[in-house]
Design a protein around this ligand. Structure first.
Ligand code: HPA
Length: 263
């Protein structure tokens, strides 16, 4: 039985419309979902076994209001394997299950003093200057159009949903760095010159794969720190997890409202 068929067989008649990928410290959003089934990645051949703390490793199928959703609780990053296409199978599986849109969430460093830790940013575009691409070696439809990758209509709806809730949600450009080391202050200055507002180690390759699979993409970053060199002191993964956890209430409220209003 194919992977798609084996998942579909667990949830007869259920067809998710929107997928959500939960980033570091944001896993609690899954509690907003009325579950239909929880499937550990261990039962899904080819799904990544997350190695990063703050990532669970489970596919939750369920509903937010009337909307059927598929939530990936945990992702794999390029730096875990050195393979840029680690999220290709999960994203393509969600597309094949029926998801027309994927919401990609992440913890990120802020390059803007007016976007302090704890703040949210809807991703309007990304920069991938890593030199790698998840479509390397892909035999089909390689030359994916990346204009309007982050769907402008859905982006506006996300920002409007935040405004209605009284949650500040900036918009900006996300730059993907490979990690796992954090950036140097010089790299952050370079990234700012290039036009980046936030920096992180995920999301961009997933957005590329999702566009390749014909999905619409929404991106939401939680600022967990000022990027390297912007304020005195260093950066650590502990802070990423604790600030993202603290901001996850806003993320939960915002994504719930956005998804309840999704049509
Ligand atoms: N850089 C890269 N990834 C991150 C950061 C950062 O400053 N903060 C959270 N994820």
């Amino acid at each position: 039985m194919s992977l798609i068929d084996s998942i579909a067989a667990k949830v007869p008649g259920f067809r998710p419309k929107v997928a959500v990928v939960l980033g570091t410290g944001l896993g609690s959003f899954a509690e907003e979902v009325e579950p239909v089934a929880d499937i550990p990645y261990a039962e899904l051949p080819g799904f990544p076994q997350p190695t990063v703390r703050g990532h669970a490793g489970q596919l939750r199928l369920g509903r937010i209001g009337a909307l059927p959703v598929a939530v990936l609780r945990g992702r794999t990053h390029y730096y875990e394997s050195g393979k840029a296409d680690g999220m290709r199978l999960p994203i393509e599986t969600l597309a094949a299950l029926g998801c027309e849109t994927v919401v990609l969430t992440n913890a990120a460093g802020s390059l803007r003093m007016d976007m302090p830790p704890g703040g949210l940013m809807a991703i309007a575009d990304h920069i991938n200057f890593t030199g790698v691409n998840p479509l390397f070696g892909h035999p089909q439809r390689r030359f994916v159009d990346m204009v309007d990758t982050y769907d402008p209509v859905l982006l506006q709806r996300l920002v409007a949903a935040a405004k209605a809730l009284g949650i500040v949600c900036h918009t900006g450009v996300y730059i993907w760095f490979c990690g796992p080391s954090f950036e140097t202050p010089a790299e952050i200055r370079a990234a700012r010159t290039l036009g980046a507002d936030a920096v992180g180690m995920s999301t961009a390759p997933e957005a590329i794969v999702a566009r390749h699979a014909g999905m619409k993409v929404v991106g939401l970053s939680v600022m967990t720190n000022y990027a390297a060199g912007m304020v005195p002191g260093g950066i650590g993964h502990e802070q990423t997890i604790s600030v993202a956890n603290a901001a996850s209430q806003d993320v939960r409220r915002l994504l719930r409202a956005f998804l309840e209003g999704y049509s």
